[in-house]
Write a protein that binds this ligand. Structure first.
Ligand SMILES: C[C@@](CO)(OP(=O)(O)O)[C@H](O)COP(=O)(O)OP(=O)(O)OC[C@H]1O[C@@H](n2ccc(N)nc2=O)[C@H](O)[C@@H]1O
Ligand SMILES: Nc1ncnc2c1ncn2[C@@H]1O[C@H](COP(=O)(O)OP(=O)(O)O)[C@@H](O)[C@H]1O
Length: 298
């Protein structure tokens, strides 16, 4: 029997950095939204734990950034669950990566979350949701949301979650410029001031409460755009490529990925062609926001 666990990635529909905390982390206020773009983790019976992975659909320079060893966030999740439960069972585990790494899409964190959920099923560990969330919070600030999925407001380190109603699915074009941004370094640029506040995120939440994803997207803003646009021209150029064509576009997480909101898949395909025709070497992927049905299937 082979078990497949999907790991949906996320976008941030708005992110305000509020202040630096005493523990070195930053207090944030953000809206997480699951998207269909995700990796798969496969589990098969084996006498010991073996781990492998590949990313055949990603450009080589991105695929080469992903380690398939103990430093992979998915393997860290496996070790955390072994420590917590004392479970000594084996498994042959394969990670099929589709999500661009270091992109602000929470790809590694989503794999950690999928490993927790997948092992709970595969090894029949019967951990409760609260136990899984508590292990998740030791693995990274984004991991608890990625265990839950859906739509949620995240405060504190991004790990205190308030679930929001999921709007209907919307088409998105995910655009990954070539530069890579380290999350820690991006946070390090914050000097205590941002135009974006809890009020901004309150407005986004109001739109979510009204099932108005388009309104939420238009009202959102991200402190990381303030921190990174002045030092990376490619980000401004990338965002303007879409906004000047009339498309609402936001940067997700600590970047560099831009999320373009679209009415139809045809619009997404046409934009992909325009990016190619303009000779930009940005990776573009078409996806949708997740619905309840998507989450039930994962
Ligand atoms: C910016 C966000 C927005 O969703 O996502 P990404 O851009 O990484 O996808 C998250 O806050 C990223 O969360 P995550 O990637 O899980 O962060 P962690 O592994 O816990 O932390 C990586 C580093 O980021 C910094 N960090 C992270 C979260 C936070 N609230 N304050 C911080 O200062 C710390 O320097 C930490 O050492
Ligand atoms: N399963 C994984 N998938 C992707 N990157 C991983 C994974 N495990 C560890 N990494 C490392 O984590 C870094 C950040 O990747 P990722 O979690 O995708 O970033 P982000 O949080 O910005 O989406 C990568 O550069 C890579 O070296």
């Amino acid at each position: 029997m082979v078990l497949e666990q999907l790991s949906h990635s996320k976008i941030n529909v708005g992110l305000a950095i509020l202040h630096k905390r005493d523990d070195g982390y930053h207090a944030i206020d953000t809206i997480f939204q699951s998207i269909r773009l995700g990796d798969s983790i496969y589990f098969a019976r084996h006498h010991s734990v073996v781990f492998s992975g590949m990313a055949p659909e990603l450009p080589a320079y991105m695929a080469n950034m992903i380690p398939y060893d103990e430093s992979n966030l998915a393997m860290k999740a496996l070790r955390a669950i072994q420590d917590y439960t004392g479970c000594q069972l084996g498994a042959a585990i394969h990670l099929l990566k589709r999500v661009p790494p270091a992109a602000g899409l929470g790809g590694g964190s989503a794999d950690a979350a999928a490993m927790l959920l997948g092992l709970n099923r595969f090894w029949d560990l019967r951990l409760t949701d609260d136990e899984l969330l508590s292990i998740a919070s030791t693995l990274g600030a984004d991991v608890p949301f990625l265990v839950k999925g859906g739509a949620a407001r995240g405060t504190s380190r991004g790990d205190v979650l308030e679930t929001l109603p999921l709007p209907k699915a919307h088409w998105l074009l995910v655009v990954k410029p070539t530069l890579s941004v380290s999350t820690a370094q991006a946070y390090h640029r914050f000097d205590g001031a941002s135009q974006i506040s809890t009020d901004t995120i309150d407005t986004v939440v109001n739109h979510y409460q009204n099932q108005d994803f388009i309104g939420a997207f238009k009202a959102s803003a991200n402190t990381f755009e303030e921190l990174l646009f002045p030092i990376h021209d490619e980000l401004r150029i990338c965002k303007e490529f879409f906004t000047t064509r009339g498309y609402d576009t936001i940067m997700t997480g600590s970047g560099p990925t831009m999320i373009v909101l679209l009415d139809t898949a045809r619009d997404a395909l046409a934009l992909q062609e325009e990016v190619k025709a303009a000779n930009h070497d940005w990776l573009t992927l078409i996806t949708k926001t997740c619905t309840e049905e998507d989450l039930e299937q994962s």
